[in-house]
Design a protein around this ligand. Structure first.
Ligand SMILES: CC(C)(COP(=O)(O)OP(=O)(O)OC[C@H]1O[C@@H](n2cnc3c(N)ncnc32)[C@H](O)[C@@H]1OP(=O)(O)O)[C@@H](O)C(=O)NCCC(=O)NCCS
Length: 156
């Protein structure tokens, strides 16, 4: 690491919002894409604070937020989202620490399997998860937007 400060992982606090939005805009190009209003980091944070906020974690180095991860558990499967590490601090094990932390939190809730999705273009992220023991499930991933930003359903 570039500093001697110790890395710690703790629950997200609302006062972390600006730092987390800045980190996500750096780590996830879609958060910088004005044509994709559905990718609104502040709305994602507000939604998570309303639903299982205890599964939203930040990695902190000194005073600085350097990573994030979100988990969710619906009683059947766990899900992992929004894993991001500051670009300048990658390949120092912070992503691994964050994944292990959320895995532990979900295990303590009795979650038997953790799922996650990786954009198919991100081969390096797949390599990261494979190094942590994740394997590709023989499924295709389907999705549908709900509410105000719902996709139109094609007419027959
Ligand atoms: C994916 C991400 C969180 C990894 O964080 P990180 O702190 O760099 O990961 P680690 O240092 O714990 O990496 C552990 C191992 O994963 C593998 N790995 C990590 N990044 C890799 C890369 N870019 N290419 C190939 N393998 C990689 C390596 O085996 C690495 O071990 P090594 O450094 O000893 O070789 C980080 O690259 C990131 O924030 N990416 C942008 C956001 C993103 O796409 N998130 C995933 C959403 S699903």
């Amino acid at each position: 690491m570039t500093t001697s400060a110790t890395l710690s992982i703790r629950r997200f606090d609302a006062s972390d919002t600006d730092a987390v939005v800045a980190l996500w805009q750096q780590a996830f190009p879609e958060y910088r894409d004005a044509t994709r209003p559905q990718r609104n980091p502040r709305l994602s944070i507000a939604n998570k604070l309303a639903t299982q906020p205890e599964l939203f974690f930040v990695a902190v180095l000194g005073e600085r937020i350097v990573g994030t991860v979100m988990g969710g558990y619906d009683g059947h499967r766990g899900w992992l989202y929004s894993l991001a590490v500051d670009e300048s601090l990658r390949r120092h094990g912070i992503g691994t620490r964050l994944v292990e932390y959320v895995e532990q939190a979900l295990t303590e809730l009795g979650c038997p399997k953790l799922n996650l999705q990786v954009l198919s273009a991100k081969a390096e992220v797949r390599a990261f998860y494979e190094a942590l023991g994740y394997r590709t499930d023989a499924v295709i991933s389907l999705g549908k937007r709900l509410g105000e930003l719902a996709d139109p359903v094609p007419a027959d």
